[in-house]
Design a protein around this ligand. Sequence first.
Ligand code: 5GP
Ligand code: ZN
Length: 113
Amino acid sequence: MDDCIFCQIVAGDIPARVVYEDEDVLAFLDANPLAPGHTLVIPKTHYETLDEVPPEPGEMMFAAVHYLTPIVEDAVDADGSNIGFNNGAAAGQEVPHVHGHIVPRFEDDGGSP
Ligand code: 5GP
Ligand code: ZN
């Protein structure tokens, strides 16, 4: 997908602050973070929404979210995190390449993002 911004990050054509990478998955810091350490987790292959993702890449992506959440929290000394997917434009998905958000939360941060 030449015009997909996240595919361009996977290809190395757009810079990103990569926090994790394996064969199937890339994780990088959000350019407009809702909180310090806000991380996006994507399959390297382009799928627009979760229903398009085959089981194996889906499992890899969720395994990466599981693995990375405590690492991200520790890195910014967070007290918890919101994990979420905006799935589809109607749900607020702005980048049409499926991605999970890890948004670190702090006891004194004043509530929901
Ligand atoms: P969505 O609303 O689609 O769930 O979230 C898209 C996220 O991607 C937003 O939080 C936005 O800040 C982030 N984003 C959009 N373009 C870029 C980019 O070029 N680089 C990075 N690192 N994040 C981006
Ligand atoms: Zn893409």
